[in-house]
Design a binder for this molecule. Structure first.
Ligand code: HQG
Length: 185
């Protein structure tokens, strides 16, 4: 039986290897981000001293459903920096999407738009509460930006919905960032 902190450590390690550094666990990802669950299990069980049923529970109970287990293969649902194509079909987004960030990044974002930075996509949230959780990963004051997804989509912008409910796009131009609605400490 593993503890809550250990569960988080295992989850963070899996996010790290499945999104950014598969070689650090001796894994290789295919072009859609999948890797062998048996290979991942071999790496994680030994490293953390947990059982297979612990690992399955950690995957199943992950609050953000970060991992997709599909038979003998597993992948991260979103967040990759390695070049994979998770093969999502473009979808019509809700009229408004949200992006949580640090207050100090807002000036640059309003100037140059939202960029995907190190990842494969810009990550957007369907509701402001979720965006706040994303923003609170940052130090200091936070800001929640509203994105005019309806207009961006009707102008040809593509949106994708990850297997765990995160909206993804390639970039958001400044014209689609609505006036700042909320900041807090
Ligand atoms: C910022 C977590 C300056 C952007 C979350 C963000 C998410 C700019 C940072 C997922 C900028 C990139 C992704 C610009 C963007 N100038 N700053 N032009 N454009 N930024 O971590 O959205 O818990 O790559 O605002 O829940 O914070 O790991 O993106 O602050 O879904 O599953 O550059 O990571 O998921 O940071 O987070 P990130 P994010 P997990």
């Amino acid at each position: 039986m593993s503890s809550r902190n250990l569960d988080t450590d295992v989850s963070k390690f899996m996010s790290y290897v499945l999104r950014h550094a598969p070689h650090e666990a001796g894994l290789a990802l295919d072009s859609e981000g999948w890797t062998s669950f048996a290979d991942l299990k071999a790496s994680v069980l030994g490293r953390f001293g947990i059982t297979e049923s612990d690992l399955l529970r950690i995957i199943e109970e992950n609050p953000k459903r970060r991992f997709t287990l599909d038979g003998s293969r597993i992948r991260a649902a979103q967040g990759h920096s390695v070049a994979v194509d998770i093969g999502l079909a473009p979808l019509t987004p809700p009229a408004i999407l949200y992006h949580g960030t640090s207050a100090e990044s807002v000036a640059a974002i309003v100037e140059t738009g939202l960029q995907k930075m190190a990842r494969q996509h810009v990550h957007l949230s369907a509701d402001a509460e979720t965006a706040k959780i994303v923003a609170r990963r940052r130090k200091g004051n936070i800001a929640i930006l509203k994105i005019d997804a309806k207009r961006m989509h009707s102008d040809g912008g593509q949106f994708f919905l990850s297997e765990n409910g995160v909206w993804l796009t390639n970039a958001v131009q400044p014209e689609y960032i609505l006036p700042l609605t909320e900041t807090e400490t």
